[in-house]
Design a protein around this ligand. Structure first.
Ligand SMILES: [Fe+2]
Ligand SMILES: [Fe+2]
Length: 474
């Protein structure tokens, strides 16, 4: 018998709960089977310079060192419990935070945890081929870091399912290893997690846009009245920051490289830029439009009775709930949402409780805009006049009030035909994908070397130089 108290680093006193320990012992080989099948392809013998969470202390929570990924120590960490913590919103506001699942909310809460948990292995599946065409050892190490931590986030949700939901929790934990991203018969739960991530530009866009959706969902769950969920999500957010960093800096570095080449060769048109082996800014905009629109769908319907229920029952709060200066009940508040009436988009005030998805989406968009502004400073500094911008919120939406409507990137209501006539200007067409992929046919693995289409980062990982051997292939 393997001593799992040693094998699974944890701060939940796993060794003292034999039943839970056995349940996780049973799940662990299935998880490893999933990792071997669906984790990064051909990577199992690589030694990767990874960070591993070892405590929840803000300083020194992780250590760095070479690890073969199947031997990564996927640990279970919750932020420490605070005895005074209360339910901070909804009808139970002011009650002590729950340490066990309230019986009447059991199935709702399980659904919330399963939906979050399902996204974690999904993104690993989406990204599993990208190591074969990495632009550098630094980037290869970063994608592997993201992958192992998404694996840990799955562990975090599975711990909650096993610890608090008995047999149906264990069944859900197994199903989390059975669904597959993009599978016709047994897909992942949410749309964006069934989209392919076919190239590194898509990967950077995904970690900027979609991992940030993860941040906002985790932040809302970190406010939960169910204390173990709140404490779990708080720690996951520590790791999530690096994923978004990888995405934001990845896109920045591509923009920088493209601008350098445009300036050096005094070229501007997409065809001229592409001929020099870098990604034209128009294509960057199209990828942005795609990833932004499929990600804002993840927040759900603009008006949602489920969202209202999650809130009033104290299960899922707002972003930064405890920093908001209102009554945290929201019974009398309204919030603006948008809908299409005829050929116009009109604002409509709805009860704030039903608009909580929209509100979280707006908080997210606010943060996304700041990131796009930072990207635009790369072009500004380089003296290139092109600017990236977010398309209208209603553009290319499949969920909520805009679903079924044809909204242009500028927010005009179009007919289906008119929209389709412009689709290639707004979204990556097959030839755009083909071009991006043509730049990424092999991998760049010489320490300190970077593919032609991306600039090196400003600094290495954990103070290591850029020419550090971040991955050893053996
Ligand atoms: Fe995650
Ligand atoms: Fe992530």
């Amino acid at each position: 018998m393997i001593d799992y108290t040693e094998k699974i680093p944890n701060n939940v006193d796993l060794g003292r709960d034999r039943v839970l320990q056995r349940a996780l012992e049973h799940w662990q080989p299935a998880y490893m089977g999933w990792w071997y099948d669906m984790g990064p392809t051909e990577s199992h013998n690589y030694e990767v310079y990874l960070r591993t969470a070892i405590t929840v202390e803000p300083d020194g929570w992780a250590k760095f060192g070479y690890v073969r990924m199947p031997e990564y120590r996927w640990g279970i960490f919750l932020q420490p419990r605070s005895a005074e913590r209360q339910v901070n919103f909804g009808t139970h506001k002011g009650d002590p935070a729950w340490q066990e699942v309230p019986g009447e909310y059991r199935s709702t809460l399980r659904r919330v945890i399963v939906t979050q948990g399902d996204t974690e292995p999904a993104s690993v599946e989406q990204q599993r081929m990208l190591g074969m065409c990495c632009p550098s050892l630094y980037d290869l190490r970063n994608i592997f870091q993201v992958n192992v931590e998404e694996g840990r986030h799955l562990w975090a949700m599975v711990y909650l399912l096993h610890r608090y939901f008995g047999r149906d929790g264990r069944e859900e934990a197994e199903a989390l290893l059975e669904r597959r991203s993009g599978d016709v018969d047994n897909p992942r739960i949410l749309g964006a997690f069934n989209e392919p991530t076919p190239d590194w530009l898509a990967f950077y866009m995904f970690t900027f846009f979609t991992d940030r959706d993860g941040k906002f969902q985790l932040s809302a769950l970190a406010e939960s009245g169910f204390d173990p969920l709140a404490r779990t999500c708080r720690f996951m957010l520590t790791e999530e920051a690096h994923h978004m960093f990888v995405g934001e800096t990845g896109v920045s570095r591509i923009l920088q490289r493209t601008c350098e080449v445009m300036n050096e060769h005094k070229v501007e048109t997409p065809a001229e830029v592409r001929a020099l082996g870098v990604i034209d800014l128009e294509t960057m905009q199209k990828y942005l439009n795609f990833h932004y629109s499929v990600t804002i769908d993840l927040f759900g319907s603009d008006a949602s009775s489920n969202a209202a229920t999650y809130y009033t029952t104290g299960l899922k709060g707002r972003y930064d709930e405890t920093k908001i200066g209102d009554d945290h009940i929201l019974a009398d508040e309204v919030y603006p949402v948008y809908e299409v009436v005829g050929n116009k988009i009109v604002e409509k005030k709805v009860p704030a409780l039903t608009a909580l998805n929209e509100r979280l989406r707006d908080d997210y968009i606010h943060e996304i805009q700041a990131g796009v502004d930072r990207w635009n400073r790369v072009m500004e500094k380089a003296g290139v006049s092109f600017r990236l911008r977010l398309p209208h919120k209603g553009f290319h939406r499949a969920i909520g009030n805009f679903a079924g409507h044809f909204i242009s990137a500028d927010g005009e209501v179009l007919t289906k035909e008119a929209w389709q006539n412009h689709e290639r200007e707004w979204l990556p067409a097959p030839e755009d994908h083909a071009f991006v992929q043509s730049l990424m046919t092999g991998r760049v693995v010489e320490p300190g070397k970077f593919a032609n289409w991306i600039a090196p980062p400003i600094r290495g990982i954990n103070g290591q130089p850029l020419n550090f051997e971040y991955v050893r292939f053996n």
